[in-house]
Design a protein around this ligand. Sequence first.
Ligand code: GAL
Length: 467
Amino acid sequence: MIVPVPAAAPDPSPAAGVGLPVLPPGFRFGTSTAAYQVEGAVDQDGRGPSIWDTFSHTAGRINDGSTGDVACDHYHRFPEDVALMKDLGVGGYRLSLSWSRIQPTGAGPVNQQGLDFYDRLLDELLAAGVQPMVTLFHWDLPQALEDDGGWLNRSTIDRFAEYAAIAAARLGDRVEHWVPVNEPNVVTMMGYGIGMHAPGRAMFFDALPAAHHLLLAHGRATIALRDSVPAGVTASVGCANNHAPMWPASDDAADIGATKLFDAVWNGLFLEPMLLGRYPVDLAPLLEDVVVDGDLATIRQPLDFYGVNYYNPWRIAAAGEGADLPFEFRELLGYPTTDIGWPVVPDALREWLIMFRARYRNALPPIYITENGAAYGTGPDADGVVDDRARIDYLDGHLRAVATAVQRGVDVRGYYCWSLLDNFEWTEGYSQRFGLVHVDYETQVRTPKSSYRWFADVIAAQTRSLG
Ligand code: GAL
């Protein structure tokens, strides 16, 4: 179900620093989280282990030595977190389901207690006027499936489609939007390509079968969701793909070539099969052995929306002789950086959105920004105030970039800020804070930051402008 955007052009968003960003009527504001990053309660109510439990409990994998065992304890504190969303005024919340809570080994019988948790969470959200956008897989593959080869094993796709059908049948009457797979490019590259994420394999280009299987999982789950939601319900299914404009480090032909190749790997490898039913020409030969007849048609399901997760552009150079990969990453000079070291370049989001529409036009469904946000470590001052001005600047700049793209005709329907809460930031553990709400991990006390108040003002101004 997608809220139609009236044809009238929105008022132009004021210049940075002047007033609040203005988005069109009906524009959906939301926040995002993911199960392993916030839930905790990893041993509770029949949940099975996932690859992120294994990975975070492996010495040396997480920078601060932490795990998601407790995280934000959202499993127990979700009513408080939903109340925070209600006060914020967001109309949407993007969450993910923990597959191993629902099927502890990723196959076979359903753990009803796991589904019951999501049942309660969705009811709480709807009672607060917040529409759920549900991701099925935000990286926490059941460990038992990884033991059978994980995303390198084609049979994981069948398991995923079964799980999608289970989720749709039980929860589908209350889910506004579904996202089968979060960021298949990050899973492939970080999990299987270079091994910085779970399951920690460093296979370089041999990781490409994982990409193909994740894409098939997206296609099969899309079909399963649509087939399995309760009678009378139409499932709205999209994606949440991480995109980044790729900028060459120099005008040297080798750097430009490396940038083009990495652009195909990061952006095109997932986008083109989903929207066009084909692999980028430079990569197709590398996938010939894993693609079976009919696969690309399965991957290319009509989508109700296209979710873009955007953080920053990347600067790419050709790698030196003998490197494992043909490209390397260079610092993007001349921009401020967040505490995790990522450059702040709001205009690159505008650039990406306008290029995306220009290039894919009719193949492109309405767009949602399914993640965007920044890591800043600002904590409470002596008065308990968390004054994270830098996050406000980041969000302000990026919302204005979205507003500009909308004025230029890009059909963006919503923006989900990453993240509602400070949470377990994968290999960074708890050292990087992306939340609009500060979490004290000792006490689990939640403190809304200045950025939360600012975001609430943006949303309230939007509502007021509708009269
Ligand atoms: C995304 C990911 C989120 C979150 C965010 C900030 O790639 O989907 O789970 O960690 O990055 O790093």
